[in-house]
Design a protein. Sequence first.
Length: 256
Amino acid sequence: MPAHALARRLADWPKRLLFPPVCLGCRNLVAEPGTLCPECWPALTFLERPWCEVLGTPFAYDMGDGFLSAGAIAEPPPFARARAAVAYRGTARRMVQGLKFRDRTDLAPWMARWMLRVGGELIGPDAVVVPVPLHRRRLLARRFNQSAELARAVAAQAGLAFEPDVLVRVRPTRRQVGLGARERAENVRGAFRVPPEHEIGVRGRRVIAVDDVLTTGATVAAAARALKRGGATAVDVLTFARVLPGDFRADEAGPI
């Protein structure tokens, strides 16, 4: 081991004793920070190609370059591309809920690494990172926006501009849990806006809209429409997890 690497490990030793690294999924002790234990690792499904070039929905078989899913053809979304790192089940679901409901903001930088692994093609010199916002009432209740934590980490690691204020949620919406696809779309219709004083942050630029979970795509579609009305040339969507077709149930009782 090089001398500088050995010196760094020795310097980190007191910190390791006081704050030992824990599994991202269950908080059991692990050997290295940002890793998963042997129980949590098999319960994680990374999303890989082949997938729909627009919606990012994985295919069982390689359909060839540029092949689109039936959903992308039947109802083209207002965003250009959507990408997600993992399927929303098992370990990924626990991580999302830990960040969202148990103040595990320490998870955000590690989740962002996985997001950039799958979203590297979205990164460009003119791109700006914008989180999907919470309404101010929900933000006051939760104290932070989990999508903003992910977006901040994505922007920092990719070397992109982070613009947390350019998109606002102008009206409170019902929780999407328990709503069908059509109800979800209606629930968030017109819910977002780019204030005129913040249009300069997105005008003429490609926006990467960041959220924690993509379910039916209704929320990110509404956000993308607002960003394009605000002057963005195009909008891509990057989420940590996505609910795959067949996983989503309109009567899902648990939080997303």
